[in-house]
Design a protein around this ligand. Structure first.
Ligand code: PLP
Length: 462
């Protein structure tokens, strides 16, 4: 801390501008200088110039579920690190054991936790489990992994090979073989003329791809229970249940990517728990420790774990031969235990469901007021607004419109999220995902600021 404070604000802004390579940001934007944040408390955030913001984006990418400035989490980390900071996860340690036990308690049917340090990595572990099971049980034949159009599973080459967003993949090929895309499930932009039973029809599109590829070659399907970066898309009635049944029918493992939805974001511990389904593998990261430490988990059933143990004396290398160095850093599970304790103590799961409902209702009122809002959707505190030229044609607005709303909110001290900025087909969607401890007054502040931003935009456009 003291070392950082040896520099003036002016110097720090210059270091940032000259040397930090900002994620997902074109150099041209960074050249003008970006806000440099210095302090957070609850949902409030301050930049180096003293500007205050209400953060309705949970740290920009759905991370800070329990909010900023949580001393209990920081104390838990520092106590743990003084006691013991690291030992490779090939051996045991106290916080990893305790957090695994707490987590499994929230996930009936699941039993094993494999630790690593990012969402992409958690998904990579899941893919490697599927590939190794294919070798151990199916002579390497059941190796294909199906992923869905519009879903995102991470930034590494295999995770990107499983990502259904062409613009994220653009210029990064060639990709890993045996990842196969199936059509999206997005009722607002239905691919069917008749959308009755939309969920069942969309699930059938997935089954068609399994049949086309050959069920004996398909090892797993990966899905975001609620698509986040691809446009905050909630699954329609019956969809995920049908997906689960199709997977069972064809002996295909179901991997659920809960990297965004996990740990209370949607008003339940996990997004999939709204839909009465039982996955085989669940991955999670962002909300696990709310950004206080880097931790991710690949959680499996006991059956998946058993499939990856040496089955006989001839398969000495047959156990899951995988590791993540920072899966052995004790800051992660220590933070995660304290984070989970706050969620329970402050009833943040219920608060997420309740505040999310108030936010969605308020946004529905804005939709009836502003024809540019085509759809409002979400679950709990994972909420999005899709902007269109008019509500009948549903033609997406130009990206500049979403940028203007974002900028007007920022000017008024509110940070919201822009879903997959600059990617056509996604860049007309704004999202709101405040920390789960958001109050009703803060929800009203979000709504009032958005109302004013849309009113100003309407004036600008006429
Ligand atoms: N899965 C989903 C659904 C995500 O939204 C993300 C990141 O935004 C990831 C995986 C990748 O997580 P990470 O950036 O921690 O690797």
């Amino acid at each position: 801390m003291s070392l950082i404070n040896e520099y003036s604000n002016h110097e720090i802004k210059a270091f940032d501008k000259d040397h930090v390579w900002h994620h997902l940001t074109p150099g041209s934007a960074a050249d003008n200088g970006l806000p440099v944040f210095v302090k957070g408390q609850g949902l409030d955030l301050w930049d180096i110039d003293g500007n205050q913001y209400l953060d309705a984006s949970a740290g920009g990418v759905w991370v800070t579920n329990t909010g900023y400035g949580r001393k209990e989490i920081v104390d838990a980390i520092s106590e743990q690190l003084l006691e013991l900071n690291f030992f490779a996860s090939a051996m045991g340690n106290k916080p990893a054991a305790v957090f695994a036990n707490h987590l499994i308690d929230k996930m009936p049917g699941m039993n094993r936790v494999f630790y690593s340090s990012s969402g992409s990595e958690a998904n990579e572990k899941a893919f490697k489990m599927v590939r190794q099971i294919s070798h151990k049980k199916y002579a390497g034949k059941k190796s294909k992994i199906l992923y869905r159009e519009r879903d995102y599973h991470g930034t590494t080459i295999a995770a990107l090979s499983a990502t259904g967003q062409s613009q994220r993949r653009d210029q990064f090929g060639p990709f890993v073989p045996d990842f196969v895309e199936f059509p999206h499930c997005f009722e607002y932009r239905s691919q069917f003329e008749d959308s009755t039973d939309y969920g069942l029809k969309a699930a059938k599109l997935m089954e068609d791809v399994i049949l086309q590829e050959g069920p004996d070659t398909v090892g797993a399907v990966i899905i975001e229970p609620i698509t986040a970066g691809g446009g905050i898309i909630t699954p329609p009635e019956g969809y995920l249940k049908a997906v689960e049944q199709i997977c069972k029918k064809h002996n295909v493992l179901l991997i659920l990517d809960e990297v965004v939805c996990g740990l209370g974001r949607t008003g339940k511990w996990f997004g999939y728990q709204h839909y009465d389904i039982q996955p085989d593998i669940v991955t999670m990261a962002k909300g696990v420790a709310s950004g206080y430490a880097a931790i991710s988990c690949t959680v499996t059933t006991e059956a998946v774990y058993k499939d990856l143990q040496e089955s006989d004396n001839t398969d000495k290398l047959g156990y899951f031969r995988d590791i993540s160095t920072y899966g052995g850093c004790l800051a992660g599970p220590a933070a995660a235990i304290a984070n989970m304790n706050i969620i329970e103590k402050e009833n943040l799961i219920d608060n997420s469901a309740k505040m999310g409902e108030i936010l969605l209702q308020g946004l529905a009122v804005l939709k009836s007021k502003y024809p540019i809002i085509g759809d409002v959707r979400g679950k709990g505190l994972l909420v999005g607004i899709e902007l269109v030229t008019d509500q009948t044609s549903k033609q997406p607005v130009d990206e500049s419109v979403a940028i203007r709303i974002f900028a007007k909110c920022k000017q008024a001290g509110l940070l919201i999220g822009r879903t997959n900025r600059s990617f056509a087909e996604f860049n007309n969607i704004l999202n709101m995902s405040p920390a789960l401890c958001v109050t009703e007054a803060q929800i009203q502040q979000i709504l009032t600021t958005l109302d004013q931003a849309f009113a100003d935009l309407t004036v600008d456009l006429t």
